[in-house]
Design a binder for this molecule. Structure first.
Ligand code: XMP
Length: 506
C-alpha cells in the first residue's frame, strides 16, 4: 500500500494510477492526514500542488510523517515541502520552468537505477529548493534549476522537482518503479485478485438480504451489477428504466446481456409515455435535465417499493466520483449542467450502499468487465448522458423527433464502427437541432429536419477536440442519413472543441 498525499496538483490522480499500473495498490489521501493513519504504508508520496511555501495558507503535512521511517518521495511542491520542513530553503526562481525540460543526473541513486545521465522530463514550477536539508545531496540538475532532484539514502527520502507521473517525463515510470523497489512493495494489485476479494466481501456483508441495482446500460452500473450477481445470484434485483430516450436497440441489448445470458432478475420498466408527458412543452435545457432526473427517481422509488424488502443498493460509483468532494484543493466550480445518472440516487431511499468499484478508475472497471465476461459492446460502450437523447434534441422533445434521431444516430455509430475509428474517437453521435430547411429530393421540394454529427477526441471529457473524420466517411454518413431517414434532408458536422462548446448540445 502506497499513500499519495494530495496537495492539489492536477496530476495527483495520475500518481495513484501509475503506482497501481506497477502492481501496487495506491490511495489518494488528504494532505493533512495524521501520520498515525499512515503507519501501514510501504511508501508515501507527496504530490505537487499549486501553492508557494512562502504564502501563509500553504498546505503542510503532519511533521511526524518524516519520522515514520517509511520511504518518502516528494514530487514538485512535495519535494519543496519535504526540503523546507527538514531545514532546507525554498525560493522563488528567477526563471520559471514549464513543459519539457532536460535534466542531468549528477549522482548515483537507486531512484535513478538503470537510467542514462540525460533525461527528458516535464516541469511545472516557479519556486525551487536553494538550500539542502542536512543529510541530503543533489542527484540531478537542469539549466534553471540546479537542485532538480535530491535524496537522503539512509532515510530513503527522495525528491523530484519534475513530474515522473506524466508521460512527457520519458522514464518517469521507471523512476516510480525504482521507488516501489526501494519501498520493497509487493506487486500484488491485480484485477483478478480484486474481483475475488470483492465478491467475497459482498457475500459477507450482504448475507441473505435482498439487493437492488439501477442499470443504465453504461459500463459502471453494468460491471457493478455483474460483480454483485456473481456474489449473491438471485438475491440481486436489477431495475432498468426505459425512458424512451435511449439509443436504438439499447433496451433489447440490456435485456439480452443481463436477463438472457446472465440470468439476472432484471425488471425493465417501460416508462416512455410518462417521460414524454413530463417533457411536453419543456424547452429549457436545465428544466429538461431536472424533469428527467426527478421522474427517474420517482419511478425507481416506486419500483423499489413494489419489489419490497430491499436492504441494499448497488451503485457503480468510481474512485474519481467518490473523492471529488472533500479532498481536492480546488475551489467551487460553476454549474454548467445538472448531471443526472443512476449513480446519483438519493440517500433518502434509506438503503445501505454497496459500491464495489469505489476504489477503481474507469479503465480498471473495463478490465473487470472483461474478466467477468461482459461483451465488448458493454465494456467499450461510449459514454451516454443520463437524460439520454433528450439533451441531443434542441427544444421540445417529441416521440417523432426521438424516432428521427435514433435512426440517424444508429447510422453514425454503424459507420464509425465499420471504419474502425471508435478507438480514436471517444464519443460519436447525432444531434437533432430542431431546424428545418428547404431541400430537393426526387425532383420535389422538401422541408425537412437537419441532423448534426458530433464526434470528439478526448482523454477525460473535461476538454475535447472535434474528431477529424475523413470527408469520404462523412459523405457516406450524410448520404445514408438523407436516403434512409425519412424527414431528414440536410446533414452538418460540428467542428467545435470543448471549450468553448460542451460535448452534448444541451
Ligand atoms: P459535456 O456535455 O458536459 O459532457 O461536455 C461531458 C461528458 O459527460 C456526459 N454527460 C453526462 N453523463 N449524466 C451523465 O452520466 C449527464 O447528465 C450527462 N451530461 C453529459 C457526456 O456525454 C460526455 O461524455
Amino acid at each position: 500500500m502506497i499513500y499519495v498525499l494530495d496537495f492539489g496538483s492536477q496530476y495527483s490522480h495520475l500518481i495513484t494510477r501509475r503506482v497501481r499500473e506497477l502492481g501496487v495498490y495506491a490511495e489518494l489521501v488528504p494532505p493533512n492526514i495524521p501520520a498515525a493513519k499512515l503507519k501501514n504504508a510501504e511508501g508515501i508520496i507527496f504530490s505537487g500542488g499549486p501553492q508557494n511555501l512562502s504564502s501563509s495558507g500553504a498546505l503542510r503535512a503532519d511533521k511526524a510523517i518524516f519520522h515514520l521511517g517509511i520511504p518518502l518521495l516528494g514530487i514538485c511542491y512535495g519535494l519543496q515541502l519535504m526540503a523546507y520542513e527538514l531545514g532546507g530553503k525554498v525560493t522563488a526562481g528567477r526563471k520559471r520552468e514549464y513543459g519539457r525540460t532536460d535534466v542531468r543526473i549528477t549522482g548515483a541513486s537507486p531512484i535513478f537505477r538503470g537510467l542514462q545521465a540525460n533525461q527528458e522530463t516535464w516541469m511545472s514550477h516557479g519556486d525551487h529548493v536553494t538550500k539542502l536539508p542536512a543529510g541530503f545531496r543533489v542527484i540531478a540538475s537542469s539549466k534553471n534549476c540546479p537542485i532538480a532532484a535530491i535524496s537522503n539514502e539512509t532515510k530513503k527520502m527522495y525528491g523530484l522537482q519534475f513530474h515522473p507521473e506524466v508521460i512527457h517525463t520519458k522514464n518517469g515510470m521507471k523512476m516510480l518503479d525504482n521507488f516501489l523497489k526501494i519501498c520493497g512493495a509487493g506487486r500484488v494489485w491485480t484485477m483478478k485478485d480484486f474481483v475475488g476479494r470483492e465478491i467475497a466481501n459482498v457475500r459477507k456483508n450482504v448475507g441473505k438480504d435482498k439487493v437492488l441495482c439501477a442499470l443504465s446500460g453504461g459500463v459502471d452500473s453494468a460491471v457493478a451489477a455483474t460483480l454483485v450477481h456473481r456474489a449473491i445470484g438471485r438475491q440481486l434485483v436489477c431495475v432498468y428504466v426505459d425512458t424512451g430516450l435511449m439509443r436504438q436497440g439499447e433496451t433489447e441489448e440490456i435485456q439480452k446481456v443481463f436477463k438472457t445470458y446472465q440470468k439476472i432478475d432484471l425488471r425493465v420498466i417501460r416508462a416512455e409515455k410518462e417521460f414524454f408527458r413530463a417533457l411536453k412543452g419543456v424547452t429549457d435545457p436545465e428544466r429538461k435535465r431536472k424533469t428527467i432526473g426527478a421522474l427517474f427517481i420517482k419511478i425507481f422509488e416506486r419500483e423499489a417499493k413494489n419489489i419490497g424488502g430491499i436492504k441494499w443498493l448497488v451503485q457503480g460509483t468510481l474512485y474519481t466520483d467518490a473523492i471529488t468532494s472533500g479532498i481536492s484543493v480546488g475551489g467551487s466550480a460553476a454549474l454548467i449542467k445538472s448531471h443526472h445518472n443512476v449513480g446519483g440516487l438519493p440517500k433518502k431511499l434509506g438503503f445501505k450502499l454497496i459500491e464495489p468499484l469505489r476504489e477503481l478508475y474507469k479503465d480498471e472497471v473495463r478490465e473487470i468487465g472483461r474478466i467477468l465476461g461482459l461483451p465488448d459492446s458493454i465494456v467499450h460502450r461510449q459514454p451516454f448522458p443520463g437524460p439520454g437523447l433528450a439533451v441531443r434534441i434542441l427544444g421540445e422533445v417529441t416521440p417523432e423527433k426521438v424516432k428521427l434521431l435514433k435512426e440517424a444516430d444508429k447510422i453514425v455509430c454503424e459507420e464509425i464502427l465499420k471504419a474502425g475509428l471508435q478507438k480514436n474517437i471517444q464519443q460519436y453521435f447525432a444531434v437533432l437541432p430542431s431546424i428545418r430547411s428547404v431541400g430537393v429530393q426526387g425532383d420535389a421540394r422538401t422541408y425537412g429536419h437537419a441532423i448534426i454529427i458530433r464526434a470528439i477526441e478526448t482523454r477525460d471529457f473535461m476538454t475535447a477536440d472535434f474528431a477529424k473524420i475523413p470527408f469520404p466517411l462523412l459523405q457516406t454518413i450524410s448520404v445514408r442519413i438523407t436516403n434512409e431517414v425519412r424527414g431528414i434532408n440536410r446533414v452538418a458536422y460540428d467542428i467545435t472543441s470543448k471549450p468553448p462548446a460542451t460535448v452534448e448540445w444541451e
